[in-house]
Design a protein around this ligand. Structure first.
Ligand code: GDP
Ligand code: MG
Length: 455
């Protein structure tokens, strides 16, 4: 994966302050190979790498990073941007604001996952999973119908799926034309006050004219508020051609990428996004009907690059840590013979600046995830606040000379910060351990520690 590929090159690049034509050449080649390995289509890879190169040249490398990390950071943020940027908390995945019924038309090849996704979406909307303008939009009354008259089993399949999803299914007569079924379904939905009508359609094994004509005429007739292109992530390179054909034939409003639970590397996400220019709205992550998730560009970027969340950790650190402050601290550690509780408190403040501890810990690579999981649910942050409270309850002299802290002072500090005395003791013990670590770190200083954190 890219992290491994990059780290090979990165070793030769330490200490360079700027990304240049020559120091990025090898890395860009690795980026290109990593993307191809992830099944991103070749023309998309070419364009993307050219864009990265343009962004990278002349880019200054922050003190806390090496050029390799800086480039990985650029690759990651460009990749995220290309995939649509994060919708952000509470953004709406679907637009449903219209005179009901809001119609959702499903398009895609046979086997892409249209029928399954119809059931998943119906369930999700029925259960009130949809978020509109930052608010849960509430439970919806949803009707599903199949306009797939070519395979007798297709209508039954949707019926079964609808039963499992506990949503209403409108039986359709396979001797009718798809257009007639669609018209009937809209009338039925209006008459029975459905909020949403999802129309499942037929797909062929390959793109063909007859299918495109049919889905286009269904589209014209239904005038859906959402036209979702459903595509199998395992399609890899082929996804580009399919996406292009559907994108040309229909005014798509979004894409659903299915079967991401398999070993698809997610490159199709990038290709499809690039070719259609339409947002990826959902991913399918299981055959089961709860296996639908809103699309997260950032997670997908990581999947494509295969690098855990480490890049955003680097970025976050780069953004928020006051580099000058870190250097001052490093200098201080070098010159002073000791690291006291005042320094410790300063450090805690730095850690706080790096952002929400919980999410920071989640971003660490797998080997730390166990430790991180013990600290989830705001535990880490709570602990941080308590520790800070204890430190604040000390006088500056006490922080400078922890050996002053005898029993009576500890009791005062505990009372002042609202914790039991044992907690003050625990903090002092931790601090002593840390002092030991600091002695070792003095050799390399803060910058080295930051680099170590960056992988
Ligand atoms: P359609 O022909 O486009 O309607 O595709 P179907 O909905 O019938 O799906 C084809 C096959 O893919 C079925 O066996 C589904 O169970 C399976 N499938 C659909 N979506 C997913 C998914 O997200 N993950 C997995 N593992 N299988 C899926
Ligand atoms: Mg189907």
């Amino acid at each position: 994966n890219l992290t491994q590929r990059m780290s090979r090159v990165v070793k030769t690049l330490r200490g360079e302050a700027r990304l240049t034509e020559s120091n990025t050449q090898d890395m860009l080649r690795e980026v290109r190979l990593a993307l191809l390995e992830a099944d991103v289509a070749l023309p998309v890879v070419r364009e993307f790498v050219a864009r990265i190169k343009e962004k990278a040249l002349g880019h200054e490398v922050a003190d806390s990073l090496n050029p390799g990390q800086a480039l990985v950071g650029i690759v990651h943020s460009e990749l995220t941007a290309l995939m649509g940027g994060d919708l952000g908390e509470g953004a709406s995945e679907l637009s449903l604001a219209t005179q009901p019924p809001a119609i959702i038309l499903m398009a895609g090849l046979q086997g892409a996952g249209k029928t399954t996704t119809t059931g998943k979406l119906a369930k999700w909307l029925t259960e009130g999973g949809h978020v509109q303008q930052g608010r849960k939009s509430g439970k919806k009354k949803v009707l599903v119908v199949s306009a797939d008259v070519y395979r007798p089993a297709a209508i039954d399949q949707l019926k079964t799926v609808a039963e499992q999803a506990k949503v209403d299914f409108l039986p359709s007569d396979p001797s009718q034309k798809p257009e007639a079924i669609a018209t009937g379904a809209v009338e039925h939905a209006k008459r029975h006050h459905y909020d949403i009508l999802i129309v499942d359609t037929a797909g062929r094994l390959g793109v063909d004219e007859a299918m495109m004509r049919e889905i286009r005429s269904l589209h014209d007739l239904l005038n859906p508020i959402e036209t979702l292109f459903v595509v199998d992530a395992m399609q890899g390179q082929d996804a580009v051609n399919t996406a292009k054909a559907f994108g040309d034939a229909l005014p798509l409003t979004g894409v659903v990428l299915t079967k991401l639970d398999g070993d698809a590397r997610g490159g199709a996400a990038l290709s499809v996004r690039h070719v259609t220019g339409k947002p990826l709205k959902f991913v399918g992550v299981s055959e089961k009907l709860d296996g639908l998730e809103p699309f997260h560009p950032e997670r997908m970027a990581q999947r494509v690059l295969g690098m855990g969340d480490i890049v955003s950790l680097v970025e976050q650190a780069q953004k928020n840590i006051d580099i000058a402050e870190a250097q001052k601290m490093a200098a201080k550690l070098k010159s002073s013979s000791r690291f006291d509780l005042n320094d410790f408190r300063d450090q805690l403040q730095q850690v706080k600046k790096m952002g929400d501890m919980g999410s920071l810990l989640e971003k660490l690579p797998a080997q730390f995830s166990q430790a991180a999981s013990q600290l989830q649910g705001g535990q880490a942050e709570k602990q941080l606040r308590r520790t800070e409270g204890i430190l604040n309850a000390m006088t500056p002299q006490e922080r400078a000379k922890p050996e002053l802290l005898k029993a009576s002072r500890k009791r005062r500090i505990a009372a002042g910060s609202g914790v039991p005395v044992q907690e003050v003791n625990r903090l002092l013990a931790q601090f002593e351990q840390m002092q030991g670590m600091m002695k070792q770190m003095k050799k390399g200083g803060m910058a080295k520690m930051m680099r170590a954190m960056g992988g």
